[in-house]
Design a protein around this ligand. Structure first.
Ligand SMILES: O=C(O)C1=C[C@@H](OP(=O)(O)O)[C@@H](O)[C@H](O)C1
Ligand SMILES: C=C(OP(=O)(O)O)C(=O)O
Length: 440
């Protein structure tokens, strides 16, 4: 690292070696909440330690849930529902997987809470979830702008006579939040909770993660397609005893990409064919781009071309709605393709850590690439080696911008990554792991 503020990467040619992934953010934050709500004690191993999980752990502690550290990545959690502290102010940073599920869980608990985050979190919509919670009888108020955090949650009068309708076109995390909180509602009301999805549901694989983990904590949701979900009145979370968190499949995408452009082999440990995370499908995108992928139950090995020697990946035109996070990695790889690459159906990028369509287009442009963008799509034209420009890449406090643009070091020019420390959201030691695998 050159200074606290930026990191200079000299041009790189190859990448190979073994990497062990940090725990999945999506699974860690779901399991922390489920264990906190479950009857019994759960030993959770392989937890991610990053900004997003720290705000979840700190919030649960603030709510007086008992969490005991066993070692660096293992916590023992004794569940209790409702949480012992019925009045709390919680700060949730920019963690969607903490903010949305805690909002729903607390809305059904009958206490008084205030939830806030960083300024960007206050620009990320939550109105569709708030609307659904109000239909269930919860009391949730938006304290600044309607439809956005910060929120005040009070004691409502729970009980919906009709199915609760929720929109899923802005974020799947709203449906995830309502599903995970449903057993608190059923315990309080003695009634089933029926949820109906209104219109399009994006990012569907994340709902499968939610349903899978709820089932491991003893709650089976009756699913009628992606339209209707019923949580029976008798639903109650029970600890599975011990649970271990898989590696993070979105974090895996950067190392898969390294194998694809730096020759490889890159052997990624922590996710494989039996992963429950949708983002492992990024390996299929890479295979279509010309990489070789070897699947194992809990690991993936990727080999590929060497773009620094002039090799090219095959161009793509793909709908990335199912893997919005790993899709950013594909956008960065488009620099090395043999033709223009189009990413479709990625409208949710606009309301994540930053407006990722705008950020990606702007920063790829600084490297010399021609980029076109629409409301929910992006087209990246690859660069000839002679056309690359030296650039200082802004990262917009977005961990994925920083990680994606590390891949630009396989071009012929040095690249500066501004504020590399923003990777702390999900992968605090990303750059040291990256640097251990690459060479000039
Ligand atoms: O449920 C989850 O764990 C997530 C869902 C996705 O968000 P959207 O549903 O808003 O696309 C994803 O981008 C996010 O990083 C994690
Ligand atoms: C969109 C992301 O985060 P969040 O869970 O805050 O939505 C992400 O990690 O890419």
């Amino acid at each position: 690292m050159n200074s606290d503020a930026s990191l200079l990467l000299q041009p790189l040619a190859s990448a190979k070696g073994d990497v062990r992934l940090p725990g999945s953010k999506s699974i860690s934050n779901r399991v922390l909440l489920l264990a906190a709500l479950a009857q019994g004690t759960t030993r959770v191993g392989g937890l991610l330690d990053s900004d997003d999980t720290r705000v979840m752990v700190a919030s649960l502690r603030e709510l007086d849930v008992s969490l005991t550290e066993v070692d660096e990545s293992t916590l023992e959690i004794s569940g209790q529902c409702p949480f012992p502290n019925a009045a709390a102010e919680l700060f949730l940073g920019n963690a969607g997987t903490a903010f949305r599920p805690l909002t729903a869980a607390l809305a059904f608990m009958g206490g008084d809470y205030r939830l806030s985050g960083v300024p960007r979190m206050h620009e990320r919509p939550i109105g569709d979830l708030v609307d659904a919670l109000r239909q269930a009888g919860a009391r949730v108020d938006c304290l600044a702008n309607d439809g956005y955090p910060p929120l005040a949650i009070g004691k409502g009068a729970l009980g919906a006579d009709e199915p609760v309708r929720i929109k899923g076109s802005v974020s799947s995390q709203f449906l995830t939040a309502l599903l995970m909180a449903a057993p608190i509602y059923t315990a309080a009301t003695g009634r089933d909770l029926v949820i109906e999805v209104e219109g399009v549901l994006i990012s569907r694989p994340y709902i499968l993660i939610t349903l899978n983990l709820m089932a491991r904590f003893g709650v089976d949701v009756k699913c009628e397609g992606w339209q209707r979900f019923t949580i029976p009145a008798a639903a109650a979370y029970r600890s599975p005893g011990a649970i271990s968190i898989e590696g993070d499949a979105s974090s895996a995408s950067y190392f898969m990409a390294l194998g694809a452009i730096g020759g490889g082999p890159v052997h990624i440990h922590g996710v494989g064919s039996r992963s429950i995370q949708g983002d492992i499908a990024f390996a299929d995108t890479l295979q279509a781009m010309g990489a070789q992928v070897e699947w194992h139950a809990d690991s993936i090995e990727i080999s590929g071309v060497q773009v620094a020697r002039g090799d090219r990946l095959k161009a793509f035109d793909e709908d990335f709605n199912l893997i919005p996070d790993a899709a950013m990695t594909a956008a960065a790889l488009a620099l090395y393709a043999d033709g223009p690459c189009t990413l479709r159906n990625i409208g949710s990028w606009r309301v994540k850590e930053t407006d990722r369509i705008h950020a990606m287009a702007t920063e790829l442009g600084k490297l010399g690439a021609k980029v076109e963008e629409g409301d929910d799509w992006l087209r990246v034209h690859p660069l000839e080696r002679a056309d690359w420009r030296e650039a200082s890449i802004a990262t917009y406090d977005d961990h994925r911008m920083a990680m994606c643009f590390s891949l630009a070091a396989f071009g012929p020019c040095p690249v500066v990554i501004e504020d590399p420390a923003c990777v702390s959201k999900t992968f605090p030691d990303y750059f040291s792991v990256f640097q251990a695998m690459v060479s000039a």
